[in-house]
Structures are given as structure tokens and as C-alpha cells.
Design a protein around this ligand. Structure first.
Ligand SMILES: [Zn+2]
Length: 105
């Protein structure tokens, strides 16, 4: 199987539904609810690194601000960084990760 590397052709933040939506270059559309998206933050502070377990797990209670998606920025040509309502913006979600989370290759 070829390792096809898909990129978003556009993305949108939908505050009414608290959803982040990506339209991919192959026409697929994927949606991410803000709360699980924040919980999956891959940065070292949230998810840990090496022997450090990280500050976020399945039982972590988030504030409204922490799960409010303010803005999303492109990171190079491989990922996206969300900026959350509490200012947290250190998580880089790779395109590959976002595709996999939605069950796409
Ligand atoms: Zn984080």
C-alpha cells in the first residue's frame, strides 16, 4: 500500500457545534469535537514525554476556556496547531494523526 500523504485543502472552526472540521485534498471531510481534541493534545506538557506521565488523562476536567477552540494555525507542511481559549498552543497535531483519528489512512 502506498503511503499517500494527504493534506487539508481547508478547515473551519464551528463554534455553534463546538466542532473543528477539515476538508482533505482527497475530498474526505472529518470532524473533531473540541473536548476530545483538547484531551488528545500531543504536547509534552499534556501527554508527557519519556518518564514524565503528562498532565492530561481520561479523567482530566477541563474548563470551558480550555476546550474552546480560538484559532488553528498551519505548522510547516505536516500539521496543525490549535490555539485554545486558555492560551494553550503547544500541541502539534500532524495530518497523519488527524487522518488516523478519523479512521482514514
Ligand atoms: Zn498540550
Amino acid at each position: 500500500m502506498a503511503d499517500v500523504f494527504h493534506r487539508p485543502s481547508e478547515w473551519a472552526i464551528s463554534p455553534a457545534e463546538r466542532v473543528f472540521r477539515i476538508t482533505w485534498d482527497d475530498g474526505k471531510v472529518t470532524e473533531y469535537e473540541w473536548d476530545p481534541l483538547r484531551r488528545a493534545c500531543p504536547c509534552a506538557y499534556c501527554s508527557g514525554e519519556g518518564a514524565f506521565a503528562g498532565n492530561v488523562n481520561a479523567n482530566t476536567k477541563f474548563s470551558e476556556a480550555q476546550t474552546t477552540l480560538n484559532e488553528v494555525y498551519a505548522v510547516g507542511r505536516y500539521g496543525l496547531t490549535p490555539e485554545w481559549g486558555d492560551g494553550h498552543d503547544t500541541g502539534i497535531y500532524t495530518f497523519k494523526m488527524l487522518r488516523r483519528a478519523a479512521g482514514l489512512d
